[in-house]
Design a protein around this ligand. Structure first.
Ligand code: SF4
Ligand code: FES
Length: 251
């Protein structure tokens, strides 16, 4: 395949940035999108040019490190697929492809396609954990969890923290991410003792990191490579309202 790429190049946070055209020739349709960029970068290096900076780690769709906007869509055109699992056979020979970083106020561009997503880490640090004593492994196995609750918790736990939901949202909202992280713990008995405090501090941290509000566009759900549903946002809202009730210990 021969492709024309328009890639966002930005030297650093202070640089204005611009789209730069590259010809990607002799690309195998079996390559992943990131392998295609690897080939482009190898050729840039041979020519003495600076390679395109982009994030990746597992390249198996599980770590959440990769993230680019491909032809206007975070993670590209393939539904429920991270850009590292997107294959070139989904494009046509001769295509023009526009590749840009995730764009959101809370995710500043570091360089080229790399953005700083540490705002997500700060939301998790605020309360995305269990600190009560839950006993040893045998105790954990003895705590019965209804199948329906376990299924919801597991679905929420599929979130890989990639940030595509934020990039897709016109408001740059992190509600889908935060709601998945709140729900995965709120559905389990081990997570209930701190559920009220957790939802309050994680929501407060989310707002303080510069993310926008949810306005029910549902773009987050459409872009999510893990199929996280907006129903989790409703769950977060219910947890938040419950936390305001007398007796929860939340001030
Ligand atoms: S909710 Fe989906 S899009 Fe958002 S961070 Fe999690 S996996 Fe990525
Ligand atoms: S590199 Fe890990 S999810 Fe894409």
């Amino acid at each position: 395949m021969n492709l024309t790429l328009y890639v966002w190049r930005q030297k650093g946070p202070a640089d204005k940035g611009r789209l730069v055209q590259y010809e990607a020739k002799d690309i195998s349709p079996d390559m992943s999108f990131l392998e295609m960029l690897d080939v482009v970068n190898e050729r840039l290096i041979v020519k003495g040019d600076v390679p395109i900076a982009f994030d990746s780690d597992c390249r198996e769709g599980i770590c959440g490190m990769c993230g680019q906007v491909v032809n206007g869509v975070p993670h590209g055109p393939q539904e429920k697929t991270t850009v590292c699992q997107l294959h070139m056979r989904h494009f046509k020979d001769g295509d023009s492809i526009y590749i840009e970083p995730f764009r959101a106020r809370a995710f500043p561009v570091v360089k080229d396609l790399v953005v700083d997503r540490s705002a997500f880490d700060r939301i998790i640090q605020a309360g995305g954990y269990i600190s009560v004593h839950t006993g040893g492994v045998p105790d954990g196995n003895a705590i019965l969890v209804p199948k329906h609750d376990a299924d919801i918790a597991m679905d929420a736990a599929e979130c890989i923290g990639c940030g595509a939901c934020v990039a897709a949202c016109p408001n740059g909202s992190a509600m889908l991410f935060t709601s998945a992280k709140v729900t995965q713990l709120a559905m389990l008995p081990q997570g209930r003792p701190e559920a009220a405090r957790r939802v309050c501090v994680m929501t407060e941290e989310m707002l303080s990191q510069g993310f926008g509000n949810c306005a029910n566009h549902y773009e987050c759900q459409a872009a999510c490579p893990k199929g996280i549903k907006v129903q989790f946002i409703a769950k977060l809202n219910r947890e938040f309202i419950k936390a305001q009730m007398p007796g929860t210990g939340v001030k």
